[in-house]
Design a protein around this ligand. Structure first.
Ligand code: C2E
Ligand code: CA
Ligand code: CA
Ligand code: CA
Length: 279
């Protein structure tokens, strides 16, 4: 029994060791990535379902690793969060997205609002509001053209603290969206307490809404909630014409998903915008 115990101990020790090694390797790689411009953004359009009008684009970070190729955000954002590197990364992402929005607005003669994802831990380490304020004035982006997407994991922290920071961001003029709505804890309490402008219905509800009446019921309830609160509702992950038609029949909802457009690099997104913006 003692031997077995030791074996187990060694096993965990080795596993832990490996974990620590991978983490510090990844940490160094993320640091290099920032310095060597290995990150870039893709943009995915959002449209109003009833009219097809383009309402904005969401910026999504990409990492082109020198040897491992394209690393998906789910494989490095959590690490960047745990090492604290998310702050520097996010600052770069915000500035880049704001610059792009300014450039497109000038090019197309209308605002092209941009949405940027924030991580929960950014609300913990102070300087979020100052950073965003500096970036807005530095890039000249009208604050109303910036939407900050937060997920409900943000509320793991002190909700009142988060609320205070969100109110400051709203005072700056930025918009707030609740991302992945319906998957977190006590969504309704947050919707009531926080100064939000938009609710994004999680893709999981949209995916099955045509085959599962329970999912459809959730989507419809969120649309009604949005209308009653006076906030816009966006359906995420719209992949088929049938889903799009279904949503078009709803009172008012925006959509984002592969059916409309995949996330695209700036030149491709620019081409898409030039074809899809109406005068
Ligand atoms: P999210 O914010 O919910 O972003 C939407 C994700 O759904 C994106 O995945 C997008 O490529 C994908 N998607 C869009 N339309 C469709 C569709 O029709 N079908 C399917 N199956 N997927 C669709 P991506 O880019 O891999 O990002 C995953 C998550 O990583 C994001 O989820 C977000 O939580 C996080 N993330 C991405 N970029 C950033 C960033 O700049 N900062 C932070 N903090 N997180 C980010
Ligand atoms: Ca998002
Ligand atoms: Ca989402
Ligand atoms: Ca998500």
């Amino acid at each position: 029994a003692k031997d077995a115990g030791r074996g187990v101990y060694h096993f965990f020790d080795a596993a832990l060791n490996k974990q620590v090694r991978t983490l510090s390797l990844l940490k160094r790689e993320l640091c290099d990535a920032l310095l060597q411009d290995q990150f870039f953004l893709e943009y995915q359009p959002q449209i109003e379902t009833s009219t097809g009008r383009v309402t904005g684009v969401e910026a999504l970070v990409r990492w082109q690793h020198p040897t491992r190729g394209r690393v998906p955000p789910c494989d490095f954002i959590p690490t960047a969060e745990s090492t604290g590197q998310i702050a520097a990364m996010s600052e770069w992402i915000l500035r880049e997205a704001c610059k792009q929005s300014v450039q497109w607005a000038a090019m197309f003669g209308r605002s092209i609002p941009v949405a940027v994802n924030l991580s929960a831990i950014q609300f913990k380490r102070g300087r979020l509001v100052e950073t965003i304020s500096t970036i807005l004035s530095g890039t000249g982006l009208p604050p109303a053209s910036l939407t900050l997407e937060i997920t409900e994991t943000v509320m793991i922290h002190d909700v009142d603290e988060v609320e205070m920071q969100l109110r400051k961001l709203v005072t700056l003029g930025a918009k707030i969206a609740i991302d992945d709505f319906g998957t977190g804890y006590s969504s309704l309490a947050h919707v009531r307490q926080l100064p939000i402008d938009q609710i994004k219905v999680d893709r999981s509800f949209v995916t099955d809404m045509l085959v599962n009446h329970r999912d459809a019921a959730v989507v419809e309830a969120v649309i009604a909630l949005g209308r009653n609160l006076g906030v816009t509702v966006v359906a995420e992950g719209v992949e088929t014409r049938e889903q799009m038609e279904y949503l078009r029949a709803m009172p008012s909802i925006d959509a984002q998903g592969y059916f409309i457009a995949k996330p695209m690099r700036p030149p491709q997104c620019q081409t898409w915008l030039s074809k899809n913006l109406r005068p």
